[in-house]
Design a protein around this ligand. Structure first.
Ligand code: DGL
Length: 284
């Protein structure tokens, strides 16, 4: 870092990998969509498992963690960074842009807000997220920029993060907790409920069936992973950074704690196997 808190612009080329980070394994739901949309690209994924959850921490702390995780990825060499964590996306993007001016950075909140607006014919949008994301009101701001007439209600659902990390994704306990979070949120939309419910945390898509089972009929679930992947594809094209040459892309993993657990739980989120040997322990 220089005295003004910025780092030298990284040297970026099309054949470098794309960096992705989250507080833990939740961002692997985004990596899954990225790998599907961009099968030839290489990825580096960092899960800051030692410091999870981010959602209960202050914005200043999460912004500092985001700078530290990004530093690891930039030092290895990445051509674009995906902040696959809503909590970090809602507080850390300005600091990352300042520290790494030459690095394209894409968060998950804007793409999630766009997908929500596309699925809200009556402009009625509910959002569940971590406590930090709800406190920062980033979804409200992003949705209102696109749809100023929108009616929005948000609610923190932090326990979903622990359930997903634990691999508890279905059954009566999960449904009871989902009901506890969602009933009051649905009650904020009398006359037919919201048009859609944004899963404003990258851990939540794993609980989608349980969440859906307690929602009124017709409420669409919005997961920002697909729209984020589309955004990344567009950005690579626009900047001439699409990887050259054919052949399947690779993924390398980094965790700040317990690679064995990261691999075991992570493969549920990624939808493909992760060998413990492919997970490198890093210290921030
Ligand atoms: N998966 C993260 C998000 O999208 C954060 C979960 C947490 O660490 O609290 O917000």
């Amino acid at each position: 870092m220089t005295a003004d808190n910025s780092c030298a612009a990284p040297h970026i080329t099309a054949n470098m990998p794309i960096g992705v980070f989250d507080s833990g394994v939740g961002g692997l739901t985004v990596l899954r969509a990225l790998r599907r949309a961009l099968p030839n690209e290489d990825f580096l994924y960092l899960g800051d498992t030692a410091r999870l959850p981010y959602g209960t921490k202050s914005g200043a702390t999460v912004a500092r963690y985001a700078l530290q995780t990004t530093r690891v990825l930039v030092d290895i060499g990445v051509k674009l960074l995906v902040v696959a964590c809503n909590t970090a996306s809602s507080v850390a993007l300005p600091g990352l842009a300042e520290a790494y001016p030459g690095l394209p950075v894409i968060g998950v909140v804007e793409p999630g807000a766009r997908a929500a607006c596309q699925n809200a014919p009556r402009s009625r949008i509910a959002v569940i997220a971590t406590g930090g994301t709800v406190r920062g009101a980033a979804y409200q701001a992003a949705i209102l920029r696109l749809m100023p007439q929108a009616t929005i209600a948000t609610r923190p659902a932090q326990l979903f993060v622990s359930l997903a990390e634990e691999g508890w994704t279905e059954g009566s306990v999960v449904e009871d907790i989902a009901r506890r979070y969602l009933d009051p949120l649905m009650a904020e939309f009398p006359e037919g409920g919201p048009d859609c419910l944004v899963l404003g945390c990258t851990h939540f898509p794993l609980l989608a069936p349980a969440i859906r089972s307690v929602l009124p009929q017709g409420v669409r679930l919005i997961d920002s992973a697909e729209t984020t992947a589309q955004c990344v594809a567009d950005e690579l094209c626009a900047r001439g950074l699409v990887k050259e040459g054919a052949g399947p892309g690779t993924a390398r993993f980094f965790a700040t704690d317990d690679p064995e657990r990261f691999a075991r739980v992570g493969e549920i989120f990624l939808g493909e196997g992760i060998a413990t040997a492919d997970v490198t322990l890093v210290d921030l």
